[in-house]
Design a protein around this ligand. Structure first.
Ligand code: SF4
Ligand code: SF4
Length: 109
């Protein structure tokens, strides 16, 4: 049967109690450039991985800021570390380094 019509979207409620301040401070310490991100989306628009998988650095950064680190890691899982996004970032963020630092910070238990 063909799926048709509207459905209920999952809740996008943000629980800031989930925000891991300790890890965020650690990430900002090793990669202060994350604070320069203006969520412009240029990195996603040029992303090689985004063509094949759901890769989005912009959304990952927003998710981290909202305490949704699992979703952030999911959004970076398909990153090939090609560095293309580094060349287009208007804030001159070394996005490749940033992605590696996010991995390092949030994969540690
Ligand atoms: S480094 Fe990762 S996020 Fe950046 S363009 Fe390449 S695949 Fe996309
Ligand atoms: S291109 Fe740079 S400033 Fe724009 S969303 Fe990506 S990381 Fe942030």
């Amino acid at each position: 049967m063909i799926e048709f019509g509207f459905g209920i979207s999952p809740s996008s409620r943000i629980n800031l109690d989930d925000f891991d301040k300790e890890k965020w401070n650690k990430l900002v310490q090793i990669e202060p450039e994350i604070l320069q991100c203006i969520s412009c989306g240029s990195c996603c628009a040029s992303c090689s991985g985004g063509v094949f998988q759901n890769v989005s650095l912009r959304s990952a950064i927003l998710n981290i800021r909202n305490g949704k680190t699992d979703s952030a890691m999911e959004l970076l899982k398909g990153c090939m570390l090609c560095g293309k996004c580094t060349m287009v970032c208007p804030r001159n963020i070394n996005t490749r380094n940033l992605i590696l630092s996010i991995y390092k910070t949030y994969s540690e238990k």
